[in-house]
Write a protein that binds this ligand. Structure first.
Ligand code: NAP
Length: 290
């Protein structure tokens, strides 16, 4: 078994981005600028946004973090989005999800200009992805493609099973793995909570991508010998051994599954850092197009 080391790979990617920023500035260009909106102070969202802002600094981007109270109205949030849309100095915008229940995530996503939608969630970007046209790819699936690519994982003709059909991970992942691209050309099965014979399907996967948000759901008996396993899940569990009092675990029972597969992503240090690196890559692209 070999680890698909997202931390290492994302650092390489970040070094490449930082180099491009240096070249951009040397040629009279401006620093790429990412804006992030955080609504409320949910622990996990706060951690993710801070990690994104920190990563911007590391590669030489400017960043702006806008914090809004969890009681903010939908119209005030939409106004903030429109202000950023109109600000020529800002290249990319993300609104950290989930949002409080009284705010429509769909409305917010649709209000972000597709040209600044570096999370790749706007229907225009998802539609262009579907048609294999240039677009901002959703950061998590894009990070997974990059990881598979950098480890030279053969995907063509393989059976890829995706667990979970969310708009931000599972659904776009299934489309990307089926596209006629270098990392793609898989025969894809997309599974979800209504799938009746899940274990039978996962056991036939050459590449298994797991994104359902259930702690250690995938056991060794669900995995084919020699499969490539990508664990997207993140669950915080209490821990007596860490300073914070908690640690991150995935959707895959790593200890037993890792003995059976050829490649596997760890949690933490797998898909998470690749997601952030992909967001930076999209922001750099947005800045070049701006
Ligand atoms: P989500 O929106 O909650 O979707 C979960 C999906 O899993 C749904 O499609 C659901 O099916 C399916 N599901 C639930 N129980 C199932 C079961 N027993 N068998 C098969 N499918 C089942 O989740 P998400 O936003 O995609 O996130 C999934 C996980 O990835 C979470 O742990 C999240 O924290 C993590 N995540 C990580 C990153 C990263 O960068 N590492 C990024 C995003 C998300 P239905 O559609 O039928 O309900």
């Amino acid at each position: 078994m070999q680890l698909l080391d997202g931390k290492l790979t994302s650092n390489t990617l970040k070094d490449e981005i930082a180099l491009e920023v240096t070249e951009l500035l040397a040629n009279g260009g401006k620093k790429p600028h990412l804006a992030a909106i955080l609504v409320g102070g949910n622990g996990a969202s706060e951690t993710y946004v801070n990690a994104k802002v920190k990563a911007c600094k590391k590669v030489g981007f400017d960043s702006t973090l806008i914090r809004l109270d969890s009681s903010v109205s939908e119209s005030i949030l939409l106004d903030e989005v429109r202000k950023i849309n109109e600000n020529p100095l800002i290249d990319g915008l993300i609104v950290q999800l989930p949002l409080p229940k009284h705010i429509s995530e769909t409305k917010v996503t649709e209000t972000i200009l597709p040209e600044k939608d570096v999370d790749g969630f706007h229907p225009v970007n998802l539609g262009r992805m579907m048609l294999n046209l240039p677009s901002f790819l959703p950061a998590t699936p894009a990070g997974i493609l990059e990881l598979l690519d950098r480890y030279n994982i053969e995907t063509s003709g393989k059976h890829c099973v995706v667990i979970g059909r969310s708009h931000i991970v599972g659904s776009p992942m299934s489309i990307l793995m089926a596209r006629n691209t270098k990392v793609g050309n898989c025969t894809v099965t997309l599974t979800h909570s209504r799938t009746t014979n899940l274990e039978e399907i996962t056991r036939s996967a050459d590449i298994l991508i797991v994104a359902l948000g259930k702690l250690e759901f995938v056991k060794a008996c669900m995995v084919k010998q020699g499969a490539v396993v990508v664990d997207v899940g993140i669950t915080r569990v209490k821990s007596a051994t860490t300073k914070s009092g908690w640690k991150l675990k995935g959707d895959v029972a790593f200890d037993e599954v890792s003995k059976k597969c050829s490649y596997i992503t760890p949690v933490p240090g797998g898909v998470g850092p690749m997601t952030i690196a992909s967001l930076l890559k999209n922001t750099l692209q947005a800045s070049k197009q701006n």
